[in-house]
Design a protein around this ligand. Structure first.
Ligand code: OGA
Ligand code: MN
Length: 284
């Protein structure tokens, strides 16, 4: 496996075939590369659902994310594969009012996958099957670079603060409010410190994203304003890498150290990706 650094962070990886189950040594090498680079791009991969799941499982226990709230019909053989597409379970493109479309729009807000639950997501592995003729890029921002670049006074102001992350906050923002009481309570909000230290690298991380909706001990208004300010800081262009998809790309990112968002594409064109995600395992 060879690493070719990307700007301003991330790396492209060559000389590895992800369809073969990785050896423990390869899995550790992928983890070390993730520690250093935050996200990795593997091009030209041919992966079926089973192979994608096998690769993901070699890196940790799998997460199912929002399918805890709204299961419904699914195109894939595994509940643990998220259908990141604008296509319905029957294979047809979703109509504008369909839940798949609001899900696509929600993915266009800067976020860390499953930060609204505990355990949260560690690695997301997104594999592209069909891409639209234009748009639909995915952007990544490095929350370690973001922390390091904070003014000292702001570092001091946020030290020790904790944010509440709620699964439906971003959906409510987009006017997607048709959830039952039981659905609204299916995933209890998770609480995460704004400033974290990565147990593997020792680097400090500014852990923000669209799922954060409240700062403990602050009014809603002041807390949300602080979260928005920090997210705006973290996602300035110098901290962002734009990934332009090719069919057969597998892009893997560390949700504890980065945020990401999809970009606009024409929802009347197909865009089909599949995502497997591991849960964070905190060292004892
Ligand atoms: C995801 C996600 C963005 C995109 O799969 O978690 O946010 O560009 N995707 O599809
Ligand atoms: Mn995501």
């Amino acid at each position: 496996m060879k690493l070719h650094p990307l700007q301003p962070f991330g790396a492209q990886v060559s000389d590895i075939d992800l369809s073969l189950p990785p050896t423990p040594e390869q899995a550790r090498a992928v983890e070390r590369a993730m520690d250093e680079h935050g996200f990795l791009v593997f091009r030209g991969q041919t992966l079926d659902q089973h192979q994608q799941i096998a690769f993901a499982k070699s890196l940790g226990p799998l997460d199912v994310g929002l399918r805890k709230i709204r299961s419904g019909p699914h195109r894939f053989a595994y509940n643990e594969l998220a259908d990141i597409s604008n296509v319905k379970a029957d294979g047809a493109i979703a109509e504008r009012a369909h839940a798949k479309i609001v899900g696509n729009v929600a993915n266009q807000l800067w976020h860390s996958d499953s930060s609204f639950q505990n355990p949260r997501a560690k690695y997301s592995m997104l594999y592209s099957v069909v891409i639209p003729s234009q748009g639909g890029e995915t952007e990544f921002a490095d929350l370690r670079m973001a922390y390091d670049a904070l003014p000292e006074a702001l570092k001091a102001r946020i030290q020790g603060l904790k944010a509440v992350h709620y699964a439906l906050h971003s959906r409510f923002m987009l006017g997607d409010t048709g959830y039952t009481e039981a659905q609204q309570k299916a995933i209890e909000p998770a609480i995460w410190p704004l400033v974290q230290t990565d147990p593997r690298t020792g680097r400090k991380i500014l852990f923000v994203g669209i799922h954060a909706c409240e700062i403990i001990g602050m009014t809603l208004a002041e807390g949300r304003m602080l979260i928005m300010d920090l997210l705006e800081h973290a996602t300035q262009r110098p901290f962002v890498h734009v990934h332009r998809w090719q069919v057969g790309d597998l892009v893997m990112w560390d949700n504890t150290a980065t945020v990401h968002r999809g970009r606009w594409y024409d929802f009347s064109e197909r865009r089909e990706l599949r995502r497997a995600t591991t849960e964070e395992v905190v060292p004892a």
